[in-house]
Write a protein that binds this ligand. Structure first.
Ligand code: 5GP
Ligand code: MN
Length: 331
């Protein structure tokens, strides 16, 4: 902590980075640190690799976030000029794509605040706590003496989203002491819940219905569910970033389903011939999905929540899934 404060005190151009497809914990941890370090004397920017869902637009500070995919040049200049990086909610520069390559070209100090397993050795000051509910919990522990309502609101958002509104990774009693102090700092918890979970478009809710009704396949022997959505199907419901957030958790509501996989097709970008199939894995209890995600789908993650990808068709991804699930999952 002392070292973190020294690094921050010395810095004049701070860039805060968080992971691709930012979720509430990524947004919350990055923005809480932005509020914490910014002052009149220094330049501080949050850069995310790609767009974040519109249901985080209300977060204090969200409007100033730069999106690398859209504002690449401006971001490159800030990254090159940075004298300190603060990296939140990712454990490997690969998880931030081309932003990671640019960051590593700048040899200035880097602080890592993260709760994913086995961070690669790229940061100078590491706050890595895989046992924590969220990166926001670690941020809280680091800056709890400087809370204000904005910081507390950002932290609460990450705690809430990374624990599924306190339904998993949230049995540690201390977490509720933290929540109490966030509420004392002015957090309006019910408003945050509504802003994140009750502002969906009609299309989003109908897409969820379609996915569950028409596209969910169950493999009963392995307590496994698979949902796939092609780019055409997503277009039909005017898919926006974040519209299928949480979809992968829904099959776990079924009594005998303990594993859930969701595949989403992205159209090929210019210069890449094949579509990208983005894959989310979830499981319950002592049933790891991260090894499957990493060995077969070029990804990884937590035991019960992982991600991966393949470049190819949905059919190819499903084939790979069907060829391998018996090896990695428990009956
Ligand atoms: P999601 O399904 O929400 O995209 O990802 C779930 C979790 O899996 C994330 O919190 C992250 O920890 C992990 N994850 C997702 N994609 C990847 C990936 O490509 N590589 C690694 N190592 N972890 C991933
Ligand atoms: Mn997280």
């Amino acid at each position: 902590m002392k070292k973190m404060k020294e690094l921050i005190d010395k810095a004049n151009n701070i860039v805060i980075l968080t992971h691709m497809a930012p979720d509430g914990d990524a947004m919350g941890s990055a923005l809480a640190m932005w509020h914490y370090v910014r002052n009149a004397e220094r330049s501080v920017h949050v850069i995310v690799p790609n767009a974040f869902p519109a249901f985080f637009n209300w977060m204090p500070g969200a409007a100033q976030i730069l999106i690398y995919e859209k504002q690449g040049r401006e971001c490159d200049a800030l990254i090159a000029a940075a004298d300190l990086f603060i990296c939140t909610d990712f454990n490997d520069p690969k998880r931030i794509g081309p932003v990671g390559t640019k960051m590593l070209e700048n040899k200035c100090p880097k602080i890592l605040i993260d709760h994913h397993l086995n961070p690669t050795d790229f940061a100078d000051e590491i706050h890595s706590h895989p046992e924590a509910s969220s990166s926001c919990e670690i941020v809280y522990r680091l800056i709890q003496n400087s809370l204000n309502t904005d910081i507390a609101t950002c932290i609460y958002t990450g705690l809430m989203t990374d624990t599924g509104n306190f339904s998993f990774n949230s049995t540690n009693a201390e977490l509720y002491d933290i929540i109490a102090s966030l509420i004392r700092a002015g957090v309006k918890k019910d408003e945050i819940y509504n802003a994140v979970f009750n502002q969906y478009s009609t299309d989003r809710v109908r897409l969820t219905g379609y996915a569950l009704y028409r596209k969910m396949r169950i493999y009963p022997e392995y307590h496994l569910s698979l949902i796939t959505l092609s780019a055409d199907e997503l277009d039909r419901y005017h898919y926006q970033v974040g519209d299928t957030e949480g979809l992968v958790n829904m099959p776990l509501q079924i009594a005998d389903v303990y594993y859930s996989v969701y595949m989403r097709e992205e159209r090929p970008k210019p210069g890449t011939p094949k579509p990208r199939i983005r894959i989310s894995f979830r499981s319950q209890g002592d049933r790891p999905v991260n090894i499957w995600a990493s060995e077969v789908f070029h990804g990884g993650g937590h035991m019960n929540a992982s991600g991966g990808e393949i470049f190819g068709t949905i059919e190819q991804a499903v084939k790979l899934f069907e060829q391998t699930y018996t090896k990695y999952l428990k009956k």
